[in-house]
Design a protein around this ligand. Structure first.
Ligand code: ATP
Length: 625
């Protein structure tokens, strides 16, 4: 399975080229990337023959893409022309927005797949082995991926060599500073279930964390642990399995990375390698590539200047490059599931030395899209069995059905829930507007026109992400897009442009809903509401992190979103926020969804004597907040 879950979770019909939600039709054509003749990589030795295009690792020259969007009324003003700029990004007239593919070609008719667009909007490059650049079979790029899944056409080979943008020193500043409500996190009720649960800590210094790590924590600007860290760190240090649930942006990553690094540091051993196989001690699996990169950067930060080596592998990148990284040896391997499984099956990675296995966004990792891959890993012949390895699962949402599934991979685990499982961050102000489908666009422009707020706009489909980013750029609102159909190079560039403030608006599908921790996001807009309440909670959690305040605005389309009304009303009430009348009325008819909301330890109240820590350690109660 492709490890970019967006590809699996949000299907796009290959026979539909029109931007249906916008009432138009998109036609496009483009030319693929041409492999740079001078600047190519030797994939076997992995040496660059000579410098390539744009940055010293990127081997591609941009091709050209062109296409246009036409609305159903052929309105001149609504037509869009795309060309790719030097970096292969779209330009709309003079304004490059860094949006999606240049062209996708016309969709196939009936079930024959039709004629492909010529190339892929200037973003793919020729692949000697796979002949990707002229996709005659596929209706378009999305079509090609679908075919890949059904086995009809080979998947193109990825040659993208990731650019490491953050150097070691920048790791410590590449974080969100805690906000005014940071101390209020301590007011949240914590529910702990399990046998013989270690006591929570009140400070980082009161743990057995080594001075080296404490120094890196301090350099990161962390003065005190968040609740999930107070409870999670001693549990992990004690060698216990853990299911940890805590609000978005409340520091779950450090809750597992700090004790993991501490344990590895204690061994003082170099990375284990058996011939051409790397045997990491700690494995962290994340559902998206960008989140894997982020966790890897956090791991590098906390392990800075120590013997602990970290590596990351994820889809959409050169296999040979990432293999060389892994075979350089690593203690901690962060990965997306597809690429990791692939590396294990090829024998580049073995689980024979795994002491700790972490599923971040665990409910996502265990739902239908990923379950089979995760099962394969956890049941792999080299994997240390449950009970002998430590298994840790974290998320802000953890439906009970998924907890039942998770339990089979955990051994006598401790369940920690900080606040309501599946609840939204208290620091996000949630606003709803009743907006009909065709009124969304002007409403969005109206909202974004006179503000410089760094904003993520979530949409349902990949093509609408591109379309909207172009549309906004045309309206002088600098935007870029991220979604599963963009090349990995483009995805990383888009995120980087957004982080650097070159683009203030990121239009995204749910590929950006979970985990991403970007400083300064003040506003999340749900242009389209997601299908599930859990994704809503994750999406709006891109703002209002570590005690900072944020705002989420959602366009509620009464003709489409009623299934979510009950759960939305519940989330709003639990966060102590007003429920608009239209949502309240709609919610009365939505029984199924609202009853699915939330979650608590599925082992029941009596399990492990149900230690219920209603508050944090004593010393903090004295603080003035
Ligand atoms: N103890 C702390 N003090 C100050 N800042 C912290 C602390 N712990 C974590 N942070 C910062 O808080 C931000 C959010 O942390 P993190 O990404 O781990 O949240 P999360 O709970 O995993 O969120 P999500 O559910 O969205 O994945 C990061 O920028 C991180 O550096």
């Amino acid at each position: 399975m492709e490890d970019d879950w967006d590809d699996g979770a949000i299907s796009c019909s290959t026979t539909q080229t029109g931007l249906v939600s916008e009432g138009g039709t998109k036609f496009a054509a483009g030319r693929g990337f041409k492999a740079a003749e001078s600047g190519d990589w030797d994939v076997d030795t992995f040496e660059q023959v000579s410098p390539g295009f744009n940055n010293k690792r990127d081997v591609r020259k941009p091709g050209r893409g062109a296409g246009y969007y036409k609305n159903k009324d052929n309105n001149e003003n609504e037509d869009w022309t795309f060309t790719t700029d030097e970096s292969g990004d779209f330009q709309h007239k003079s304004e490059p927005f860094g949006g999606g593919r240049g062209g996708r070609g016309r969709a196939g008719r009936g079930n024959r797949g039709g004629r492909g667009g010529r190339g892929n909007g200037g973003h793919r490059h020729d692949e000697k082995e796979n002949g990707w650049s002229n996709h005659k079979n596929g209706a378009n790029h999305q079509g090609a991926r679908s075919e890949d899944a059904s086995g009809d056409a080979p998947k193109p080979k990825d040659n993208y060599v990731p650019v490491e943008r953050i150097n070691d020193d920048e790791l410590f500043t590449n974080t969100i500073s805690s906000g005014v409500n940071f101390m209020k996190l301590d007011e949240i009720i914590v529910d702990v279930k399990g046998h013989d649960v270690p006591q929570p800590i009140s400070s980082f210094e009161s743990t057995e964390l080594r001075p080296h790590i404490l120094n890196n924590i301090s350099k990161s600007g962390y003065t005190r642990p968040t609740p999930i860290q107070k409870y999670g760190i001693p549990i992990v240090l004690a060698g216990r399995d853990l299911m940890g649930c805590a609000q978005t942006g409340s520091g779950k990553t450090a809750a597992f990375l700090l004790p993991m690094i501490n344990k590895i540091m204690a061994t003082q051993d170099p990375p284990i390698k058996d011939g051409n196989t790397c045997q990491p001690l700690g494995v962290v699996v994340s559902p998206t590539r960008e989140l894997a990169i982020q966790i890897y950067e956090q791991a590098r930060k906390f392990a800075h200047n120590s013997i602990v080596k970290c590596a990351v592998v994820y889809g959409g990148t050169s296999v040979s490059y990432q293999r060389s990284m892994v075979l350089g040896g690593c203690h901690i391997l962060v990965a997306t599931p597809g690429r990791l499984n692939d590396f294990v099956n090829r024998g580049h990675v073995s689980f024979a030395s795994v002491q700790m296995f972490v599923l971040d966004e665990a409910d996502r990792m265990l739902d239908m899209g990923f379950l089979a891959t995760v099962q394969q890993m956890l049941e792999h012949s080299t994997m240390i069995e449950t009970g002998k390895r430590q298994t840790l699962m974290f998320s802000a949402t953890f439906p009970e059905s998924i907890q039942h599934l998770a339990a089979q991979f955990l051994n006598d685990y401790v369940f920690v829930a900080v606040g309501i499982v599946g609840g939204a961050s208290n620091d996000v102000e949630q606003v709803f507007h009743l907006v009909a489908r065709f009124d969304k666009r002007p409403k969005l422009v109206e909202m974004l026109k006179n503000t410089n707020e760094r904003t993520v706009v979530f949409v349902e489909t990949k093509r609408n992400a591109d379309f909207l980013a172009t549309f906004l750029s045309e309206n002088d609102i600098k935007s870029t897009s991220i979604h599963g159909d963009r090349l990995q190079r483009e995805r990383e560039q888009a995120l980087w442009d957004f982080k650097q403030g070159r683009r203030n608006i990121l239009v995204a599908t749910d590929v950006a809903a979970r985990g991403l921790d970007i400083d300064g996001i003040q506003h999340v807009i749900n242009y389209d509401l997601p299908k599930s309440i859990d994704e809503y909670v994750h999406r709006i959690g891109r703002t209002g992190r570590v005690g900072n305040r944020g705002k989420a605005t959602s366009f509620y389309d009464a003709s489409k979103d009623q299934n979510l009304a009950g759960s939305l009303a519940t989330v709003l009430r639990q966060a102590g926020q007003p429920v608009p009348d239209f949502l309240d009325v709609a919610a009365s008819g939505d029984v199924a969804e609202s009853s699915m909301f939330g979650g608590r330890d599925v082992r029941g109240d009596q399990f492990g004597k149900g230690q219920n820590y209603s508050q944090v350690p004593a010393e903090i109660q004295d603080d003035d907040w």
